[in-house]
Design a protein around this ligand. Sequence first.
Ligand code: 7TS
Length: 412
Amino acid sequence: MQDTSKHTLDINAIRADFPILQRKINGKPLVYFDNAATSQTPQQVIDAIVNYYTNDNANIHRGVHTLSQIATDAYEQAREKIRAHFNAQHAHEIIFTAGTTHGINLVASGYSQLLNDRDEVIVSAMEHHSNIVPWQMMCEKTGAQLKVIPMTEQGELDLDTFDSLLNDRTKLVFINHVSNALGTVNPIQEIIDKTHAVGAKILIDGAQAAPHIKADVQALDIDFYTVSAHKMCGPTGVGVLYGKEELLEALPPYQGGGEMIAEVNFDKTTYAGLPHKFEAGTPNISGGIAFGVALDYMNAIGFEEIADYEMELLIYATGQLKDIGDIRIYGTSVERKTAVVSFNVNGTHSYDIGTLLDKMGIAVRTGHHCAQPIMKFYKIPGTVRASFSFYNTKEEIDLFIDGVKKAKSMLL
Ligand code: 7TS
């Protein structure tokens, strides 16, 4: 196929950075379209992990010895890179976590001690379970009432209803920047402004946005933002929670242990300042360092270039899929989507399509995508989700489209 696209990325050079893309699966070249679950890892990030354990491994913030100092400096440099990437005002507003789930639980657990049964909190119908369940647990503890912003058939949020849910009892709103199951990019600036207008605070789950969109937490006036490194070319088991300094100061600690204390006495223990108050125990040191390298890697390619190219892939794949016929696509807000296409072949189950695609070397996710309320809204058990990254190609989409056609003809 002739490449008529206008992007400026050297996709072959980029693909050469990702060793796993050379793999064969079931005897076929891997076509990896499960990037929304986890992204693949470039050699530069793999090297950073190997280098850490080969040359620099030591516990951080603890020893006077040289190796501990080297590891501490590398970890803190990564925190600074992450601060700069999200344009946080202070490095201590960047809390290292195990990932988005951990970051949300940290905030929900803190608010469990601050809210009461007169308070109201708002979630959306379009969330990953990790941005629903921790808040339900918080509501059980505090008696606070949980309200839900409904979604529309196109897979967008109903902001008129959001207006009617907000009032002076609203204390917190938690919403994703981008939906994992549909790819919808939510209008977070508008949602943040409306939330602040009633004096409430907002947590934005940035897990699916961060691989595609560089959020400026100060320009957007975000209170809390959570991301996972493994969705943005980094390793699993590490992520960050951004929080505004005064909000993190006011939040009780999540876990007790080493590193998070100022002074321990049996009658009273005092806590360390930010960020250490929220970083009990030995963290994922190599993971934090490698996350910084992953951000360097993506920034060197450029987030705008990445978004432009991925949009080309999305438009191409959406058009080709529609041409197959008997396809229902969920989340049709194309101009406000990341490169995710969630669909079903009419009369088939997503699992069967996914299993047949896997036989052809094509990795997609099937099922409810940890977003059961969305599936209930559409009255379906699940979808097939193909999610693209900047290292994917139109040729791979052609293989995927052929695969869906074959699967359809085998099942119907
Ligand atoms: N929030 C959103 C919007 C997500 O998409 C995910 C993971 C999470 C939170 C949780 O992130 P974790 O790194 O703590 O696990 N989403 C997916 C997915 O769509 N397929 O697999 C994982």
